[in-house]
Write a protein that binds this ligand. Structure first.
Ligand SMILES: Cc1cc2nc3c(=O)[nH]c(=O)nc-3n(C[C@H](O)[C@H](O)[C@H](O)COP(=O)(O)OP(=O)(O)OC[C@H]3O[C@@H](n4cnc5c(N)ncnc54)[C@H](O)[C@@H]3O)c2cc1C
Length: 473
């Protein structure tokens, strides 16, 4: 088990008693069953205000996309206990604009941060064992053609370092120089490419919508309740038994209820023992409802997650194009493409430079962006793409972490009963299984048990320690 308290960031900023800290003061020599312990501790936590659901402990998840649904699934999977009542609030059950439904669904271990590599390795393992968990019809259409990440001369040594770390952690990849690339991928212009890293296992792409449906329906079958409505406010409750650094003793207010606006306009309040913000690109706004970013002290630091629009363009290339088993290829400029099915269709995209960030008011597509920014690079890298035209396109919102573009996972340092799981930018769908499992561990076991994600917690914002993925341009 990983001990979060050994991580010095946290010691500086948090001194309040979390659920699991309380359990340490039991004084019994008998190790308590972790599930019973959790239920007992959480039940105590809502004891002062018993209401109709007094036999339940309510865990509340804001956002029913892949991340929220994975957390719901894992909380139920790990307890399978009726007293833990999980409620997911989702404002749009059609999921028309959520990141999950509009995602490209890539999974790779080609990262530079060990946390991202480990989460993605677990994502691949989870996909491999889907049928065991979800039944023999479970399928997310995983296409195991790998990723090919290209580096220029400037980025080559970083690519080597990244590949080494990935291998040490269990990924399977191979480095290819110019000759190796040309031999394996004859469709590629390698004149300005120094090195490529090809994932040989556990990488490719899958259908994010199928994953979401699977997690959601399994979570529901285990008793999770999905409510259609929008979280519009929180209520607070004085908790004199909790001590928070920077707050005079006796004056701490914890989160108590979430106020939900139902489709008919009615407002309902739901009391919870713990709440998880998993609202994708809207998580920063939801956090503000809890005074995060608008309060004093630790509450003055906002949750830096917002929507950022990304385009995906589809095109056809029937002659001399990259073959059926071509990996998802990421050029050293950042342009990526992959095949889409077996009929000569491809999709591609490029995250814009900060000065080109499009408005997030709607999901309209700017086709000029393809002509000006994407096509010239595609046509240079793959000469067969010289004469392609866009056949279709869509826009989707990244849940973009403006601080360091990586997920923010774990407890909020001020509130004893608030957890965060958001900000995954371009890699959240592959991390959903690991994030769900990790958040469930935090809540039920008191700490991370499988992958230590402490460095990805909110505390890094307080001590200003960004966790950057190192590019390989
Ligand atoms: C074009 C594109 C390509 C991508 N490609 C990849 C890829 O190749 N690989 C990869 O791993 N990831 C990729 N991603 C990123 C990945 O899809 C996201 O990180 C992931 O889906 C985030 O899931 P989520 O559940 O946090 O957010 P979402 O799926 O957005 O779900 C959040 C939900 O919260 C709901 N919500 C928001 N506010 C409220 C509120 N106040 N009350 C109630 N409900 C609320 C929303 O309606 C939404 O349904 C891509 C994303 C996009 C847009």
């Amino acid at each position: 088990m990983f001990c979060r308290r050994s991580f010095n960031f946290c010691c500086k900023v948090v001194s309040h008693k979390r659920f699991f800290h309380k359990t340490l003061r039991l004084g019994s020599n008998e190790p308590e069953n972790p599930i019973w312990r959790t239920i007992r501790v959480l039940t105590n936590d809502i004891a002062p205000k018993k209401q109709k659901n007094e036999e339940y402990v309510t865990g509340f998840i804001e956002g029913g996309g892949a991340i929220g649904s994975s957390i719901a699934y894992w909380l139920k999977e790990k307890t399978n206990f009726h007293a833990l009542r999980i409620v997911v609030i989702e404002k749009d059950p059609t999921y028309a604009k959520c990141s999950t439904a509009l995602s490209v669904g890539g999974i790779r271990q080609q990262f530079s941060l060990s946390e991202n590599i480990q989460m993605s390795l677990y994502g691949a393992e989870f996909l491999r064992t889907l049928k065991k968990r979800f039944g023999r019809d479970a399928d997310v259409n995983f296409t195991p053609h790998g990723y090919l990440v290209l580096a220029s001369r400037r980025g080559a040594s970083q690519l080597v370092d990244n590949a080494k770390l990935q291998k040490e952690l269990g990924a399977v990849n191979t480095l290819l120089g110019k000759e190796g690339l040309k031999e394996r991928f004859p469709w590629m212009d390698v004149s300005d490419v120094e090195l490529g890293c090809l994932g040989l296992e556990k990488e490719g792409w899958f259908d994010p919508w199928s994953l979401l449906c699977m997690l959601k329906s399994k979570a529901i079958s285990m008793g999770t309740q999905y409510i259609t409505g929008e979280a519009v406010d929180f209520t607070f409750r004085e908790r004199s038994d909790i001590i928070v650094e920077g707050v005079e003793e006796g004056y701490y207010e914890g989160l108590n209820e979430v106020v939900v606006k139902l489709p008919d306009g009615e407002h309902k309040s739901i009391q919870f023992a713990f709440c998880i913000i998993a609202a994708g690109g809207e998580s920063g706004e939801v956090a503000q409802l809890a005074r995060i970013g608008t309060g004093q002290g630790m509450l003055s630091i906002p949750l830096p997650v917002e929507k950022r629009k990304r385009y995906v363009f589809g095109f056809n290339c029937q002659q001399n194009g990259p073959s059926i088993n071509t990996p998802l290829t990421i050029d050293h400029s950042g342009v990526y493409f992959r095949r889409d099915g077996l009929g000569g269709a491809y999709i591609c995209g490029l995250s814009p430079a900060p000065e080109d960030e499009p408005s997030t008011e709607n999901l309209d597509v700017d086709y000029k962006y393809f002509d000006d920014k994407v096509w010239p690079i595609l046509a240079k890298r793959v000469p067969a793409f010289e004469s392609i035209k866009v056949a279709n396109a869509w826009g989707g919102y990244y849940d973009y972490n403006t601080y360091d573009e990586n997920g923010i996972i774990g407890p909020h340092p001020y509130y004893h009963n608030l957890y965060i799981a958001t900000g995954f930018s371009g890699h959240g769908i592959q991390q959903a299984p690991a994030v769900g499992r990790s958040v469930a561990e935090l809540i039920l076991d008191g700490d991370f048990q499988t992958i230590d994600l402490t460095r990805l917690g909110f505390d890094r914002l307080i001590v200003d320690k960004p966790m950057y993925e190192i590019g390989i341009y």
